[in-house]
Design a protein around this ligand. Sequence first.
Ligand code: FAD
Length: 250
Amino acid sequence: MPAIPHVAILGAGPIGLDAALACADAGWPFTVYEAADTAAANVRAWGHVRLFTPWELNVSHRMRAHLCDAPSDGPCPTGTELLTRLLRPIAELPALTSRIRYHTRVVGIARTGLLKHEQIGTTARAALPFTLLLDTPDGEDTAEATMVLDCTGTYTHPNTLGDGGIPAPGERALAHRITRTIPNTTDPTHWQGTVLLVGAGKSAQTAAATSPPSPAPGSSGRSATLPPTGAWFPTTPSPHARNSSTSPRR
Ligand SMILES: Cc1cc2nc3c(=O)[nH]c(=O)nc-3n(C[C@H](O)[C@H](O)[C@H](O)COP(=O)(O)OP(=O)(O)OC[C@H]3O[C@@H](n4cnc5c(N)ncnc54)[C@H](O)[C@@H]3O)c2cc1C
């Protein structure tokens, strides 16, 4: 019989939490490493956005089996509702809560005792455990695991705008004025001046659909256009718009 693995789950987002439930169901020891102070921190970051999928498509069979009062109908939730009504309660289940290490970012993974070019593709390499390098509030730490599930998502790795996925010429110089996530446009003081919306992915479409209407000609308000390809960025300097936006293409 194969040995029971000790599983390291990287990230307590929707996928990491479902993986944790699968490990708990299988009786496998596991640890979830979560960089933030909460489960589903990336979902929290876009909490103002309403999902395009209804509850029944957001709750896995496994989540529903563990959380019998998980939402099952009603309008599509916002990210905040997904977090507070499903993902945080899942993370607080007795089977999971003591297994999640918050404020713990995994910054490196290696096969214990081997460099990355050594014994590639061999059963000897596959038999070795993993060593994880962790950033914790108390400094660096290491941990071991025999199986690693990378559930860290893509939210903090948005696409760049250039052809083939490399930065477009000039994009890096404008990085401080580009926001690569869907902005919360309900704040009327934040997005002033002209805003150029670039992109044709779902995030760009959402940003376009939720942005206020274009201002009258000559007014100091905001306007948005949607060329066929990426991002929000102010075309006129504005102190409020400096942190500004491109959505990860989903
Ligand atoms: C605006 C927006 C709207 C969306 N709407 C929908 C929708 O309607 N329907 C749908 O099905 N999907 C939707 N999605 C996609 C869906 O949210 C994602 O596919 C889902 O959140 C992915 O889950 P995940 O667990 O893989 O990653 P994430 O949700 O990104 O979670 C990753 C977790 O890993 C943690 N982490 C990251 N790096 C590390 C590290 N090195 N060490 C430790 N922890 C780390 C993060 O803090 C985070 O908690 C939407 C996404 C966005 C951005």
